[in-house]
Design a protein around this ligand. Structure first.
Ligand code: ATR
Length: 267
C-alpha cells in the first residue's frame, strides 16, 4: 500500500482524495490518500512533510496556502522541476534519492485539459486575465505549447513585473482597459480570483473563440460574457483532473487512461 496526502489549510473541501482513489482504482493500485490539515506557518509545514516522508509516504500534494512555502523548502533542501521554478510554487512533492523533489503540475494540467478538449494551441493568440500565482504557474506550459501570450491585469504593473521576473520577453502585458478593446483572441483564460469571490470583471467588448475559467463549481460571469458571443467555454474542472493525473503518474510510474477512470464531476 502506497501512502499519499494533500496538505492544506483549510483542507476539508479538497477533492484530491476522491480523484486519486479513482485513478488508483483504474490501474488496480492499492493506495491510501488522506487530507492533511496543517497550521498556517512554515515550521509546521516542514514538520508535517518531514514526518510524512519519514513514515514512508510516497507523494504529497500541496494546496493553499502552502505552495510558496513548499517551494522555499524544496529550493533549499532538494530539487525543483523547471515548472515549479518558473511558477515559484510547488503543488507536488516526492522524494528522489532521499531528497525532496518539488514539481508544479497546475499549468501543464491546464494545457493538457485544453488539448483534451481538442483546442489547438500552437501559434494561437492566448490572453490570460490576472497576474497572481495561478497565472505564474501557467506561463511556461502555455509558451511551451507554442502560444502567443498576453497577460492582462487590473494592476498592469503586476503583469509587467511577472513577465520581467520570468524573463519572457515575448509575452505582452496589458491593463483591463486594453483588454476591452483588444482584437479577438483565439483563447482567453480567467486566472483572477473574481469567480471565486463572485465578482464580475468589466470585459467591455472583449471577444474570443474559446474561453476558459480556471475556477469551477461556481457560476462564472467571465464564461457567461463569452458564451453570449457564441464562444465555446469551459470551467477549470478538467485542469484539476489533469494536474492530479500528472502528479499520480509521476509518483506511481503508472500511465492513466482517463476514459477508464470512474469519476463524476461534482455539480
Ligand atoms: P492566485 O494566487 O489565485 O492567482 P492572487 O495572487 O491573489 O491569486 O491574484 C489574484 C488575481 O486576480 C490578481 O491578478 C488580481 O488583480 P490585481 O493584481 O490587480 O489585484 C485579480 N483580481 C481579483 N479580483 C479582481 C477583480 N474584481 N477585478 C479584476 N481583477 C481581479
Amino acid at each position: 500500500m502506497q501512502h499519499f496526502i494533500v496538505i492544506g489549510n483549510p483542507i476539508n473541501h479538497s477533492k484530491s482524495p476522491e480523484i486519486h482513489a479513482a485513478f488508483a482504482d483504474s490501474v488496480n493500485l492499492p493506495i491510501s490518500y488522506q487530507r492533511q490539515f496543517c497550521p498556517n506557518d512554515a515550521d509546521s509545514f516542514v514538520a508535517v512533510v518531514n514526518a510524512f516522508f519519514a513514515g514512508g509516504g510516497v507523494g504529497a500534494n500541496v494546496t493553499l496556502p502552502f505552495k510558496q512555502i513548499a517551494f522555499d523548502w524544496v529550493k533549499s533542501h532538494g530539487k525543483l522541476s523547471p515548472y515549479a521554478a518558473a511558477a515559484g510554487a510547488v503543488n507536488t512533492l516526492m522524494l528522489v534519492d532521499g531528497k525532496p523533489y518539488g514539481d508544479n503540475t497546475d499549468g501543464r494540467g491546464l494545457v493538457a485539459d485544453l488539448l483534451a478538449q481538442n483546442i489547438a494551441l500552437s501559434g494561437k493568440q492566448v490572453a490570460i486575465v490576472g497576474a497572481g500565482g495561478a497565472t505564474r504557474g501557467a506561463i511556461l506550459p502555455i509558451l511551451d505549447a507554442g502560444c502567443q501570450l498576453s497577460i492582462y491585469n487590473r494592476t498592469k504593473a503586476k503583469a509587467e513585473n511577472l513577465i520581467h521576473a520570468l524573463g519572457c520577453d515575448t509575452v505582452r502585458a496589458g491593463s483591463l482597459d486594453e483588454l476591452k478593446c483588444a482584437d479577438k483572441f483565439d483563447i482567453i483564460i480567467n486566472a483572477t480570483s473574481a469567480t471565486t469571490t463572485g465578482q464580475t470583471l468589466d470585459l467591455g467588448d472583449c471577444r474570443a473563440d474559446f474561453a476558459y475559467d480556471m475556477m469551477y463549481g461556481k457560476p462564472s460571469a467571465f464564461l457567461a460574457h463569452f458564451a453570449r458571443q457564441g464562444a465555446t467555454t469551459s470551467d477549470g474542472y478538467g485542469m484539476l483532473i489533469h494536474q492530479a493525473k500528472l502528479a499520480f503518474e509521476q509518483w506511481t510510474g503508472k500511465t492513466l487512461d482517463l476514459s477508464q477512470v470512474n469519476l463524476a464531476k461534482p455539480s
